[in-house]
Ligand binder design. Structure first.
Ligand code: BTN
Length: 230
């Protein structure tokens, strides 16, 4: 096994703790008091859910962002046979709602991949995206082990063969591909057909006037999922 796993009862954030560890360490906590999500959001870590951070060595600026696709594929594989889908850039959906989130953070000499899975219960209330859980069908420990195994395999493919095979697998798991999506950007919200993922990991969006727009950062909403995620 590639990983050295360190397990804690409670941490503020496994992503923060993971910074103290060498590459190929994994930090898991049964509870988090200050879990972080993307874009400065709070990540609610409810009891029984999985809070896990993996420490990777530094990658160059081109490859580092692609690790979120590696992580998404690994988490989707780890959650099989639950038929999860991946929502760009790195959310995991189950029945159209968010089951897991992934947060990549970089330090000078490493990359921390934080993974939160709502194994037991889903947060409620005013969320950026409606959430769901596996309702305790599996344990946080078992999902953790599976993620470590699948991440090791997926990372080996990425390191040896590059992004292409990961991109293909990611697209096979993608939510909203070839469908109309809404993308919230910092200053505007745009709609278009989610045509492809580019070799650099951006969304290739076909707009109504048939021009293409590449999206490298933003929040995606599935238009066909109705109003529940407005
Ligand atoms: C998101 O969807 O916004 C990303 C959520 C990432 C949450 C995980 S839980 C383990 C790790 N520690 C954190 O503080 N955040 C990540």
């Amino acid at each position: 096994m590639l990983w050295n796993l360190y397990v804690f009862d409670t941490l503020d954030s496994t992503n923060t703790k993971a910074r103290e560890y060498a590459p190929f360490s994994a930090v898991m906590a049964h509870a988090q008091s200050a879990g972080r999500g993307r874009c400065g959001r709070v990540w609610q870590s409810l009891a029984g859910n999985l809070n896990l951070s993996l420490v990777l060595p530094a990658y160059d600026n081109q490859n580092a962002p692609l690790l979120s696709f590696v992580a998404g594929v690994a988490v989707a594989r780890a959650l099989a046979p639950f038929p999860v889908r991946l929502k760009w850039p790195n959310d995991v959906l189950f029945n159209g709602k968010k089951l897991a989130g992934i947060l990549l953070e970089r330090t000078d000499d490493k990359i921390i991949v934080g993974i939160g899975v709502n194994v037991q219960q889903a947060p409620q209330g005013d969320l950026n995206y409606a959430a769901t859980s596996l309702n305790g069908a599996v344990t946080a420990e078992s999902v953790c082990q599976k993620i470590l195994e699948e991440f090791e395999k997926t990372l080996a493919v990425f390191n040896e063969k590059g992004f292409e095979p990961i991109r293909e697998e990611w697209k096979n798991l993608a939510a909203g591909l070839n469908e109309e999506i809404k993308v919230k950007l910092p200053l505007e919200t745009i709609y278009g057909l989610f045509a492809d993922i580019t070799p650099s990991g951006a969304i290739d969006l076909t707009l109504n006037n048939q021009t293409h727009r590449l999206v490298t950062a933003g929040d995606v909403f599935l238009v066909n999922e109705g109003k529940k995620n407005e």
